[in-house]
Design a protein around this ligand. Sequence first.
Ligand code: 9MR
Length: 465
Amino acid sequence: MNRSPRRRVLAATLSTTAALVVAGGAVLLSAGNASAATTLGASAEASGRYFGTAVAAYKLSDSVYSTILDREFDMVTPENEMKWDATEPSQGSFSYTSADQIVSHAQAHNQRMRGHALAWHSQQPSWAQSLEGTAIRNAMINHITNVATHYKGKIYSWDVVNEAFADGSGGGRRDSNLQRSGNDWIEVAFKTARAADPAAKLCYNDYNTDGVNAKSTAVYNMVKDFKARGVPIDCVGFQSHINSGSPYTADYQSNLQRFADLGVDVQITELDIAGSGSAQATTYANVVKSCLAVTRCNGLTVWGIRDSDSWRASDTPLLFDGSGNKKAAYDSALAALNGGGTTTSPTTPTSPTSSPTSSPSTSPPPSGTAGCTATVSLNQWTGGFVATVKITAGSAKISGWTTGVTLPSGAAITNSWNATATGSSGAVSFTNVAYNGAVNAGASTEFGFQGTGAGPSATPTCTAR
Ligand code: 9MR
């Protein structure tokens, strides 16, 4: 069953050993920092997540490309090979050669697969482009049934429907032959995919939804409706093609969280960030941290390996340069995955009435002893709040921590991430989870919680082990 991946269990079970070999031969070292893995995939696995990339079949014979792929990544999305035009070039005649090549490569290297994409207005074969009404509806159903059946049991999650919402402030559906076949085409696509491969997570995937805006809210309302009516949907993909026209915004994390709160997983599916140097590196770290802060964020996929592999190469938006060297963005993303790094993920209110605050602990540990301090960043609005707590080790490395907060009367915690909560109102304590207890001297880790009512106003306590 793809929903409880084998390696997730392995990583959790074995993370206390001194060193171990995980996917792609990457080594997870416990010396110095128990969660400091040396590759993107191994590092993501330490928190039960994945780190993937889009792959083009024709590049697998490029040894620079495949060496990086197999060293760094534990999830693979075919960049074009599973699309409708590639898999059903003439109606009823299916062609899986290139996609199968990617699946075989992934299986041989212990990488899982994201399937992309079963139903989409773009990259339809020409025969489908000319269909309308019942004809396109039936063609879609037949296509999904065939492709999802061919890959049954081999796909961790499918982008069942891609980019069905319009850009702009209207919050409506995008016009297409699929949309014109009836507004229910999306739920029909999901039901068809579920019937064909019940083990795959079924995702809705889109771009310009990487923050709270009219388009993401339209998707949110659809997911909410699907959940209420029992339409099978398991996840939402956020493409995250980030550039000046579609920037990383401070509500990135809270947007992921509001979807997760509907009862679906969230995934970063096509990440690339235009730019270079430290600005690009900071944004990569912020996106990674946002995913790590959301319990139901399963993992991240970058849309290509080297800048030269990108669909928009001139933006140099990826983690490796054209020669395959690691960029600053790589180091920053890895550090963020390992719970370190120097960037902070800004959080903003989900309503305009919020006022972020930050307060340092009043009881710093004695120097030279194991100890920790905690600071809280609070975003609140009428009726609720999100708190991000930063735990910082003192002058010695710590191996675990517990922090205490006091909630005002009437407040209650509804959700937390990257920590185990004891209690939900009044005095509440949070203890590290397996992968973020060890914090090096002077280094930090973060966890968060969400609640109803007002957030804590006093400084959290921090006790180290
Ligand atoms: O990266 C893909 C590029 O090679 C194709 O030419 C293009 C065709 O539509 O699709 C690109 O991938 C897109 C993805 O499938 C869906 N989201 C946007 C991606 C970038 O355009």
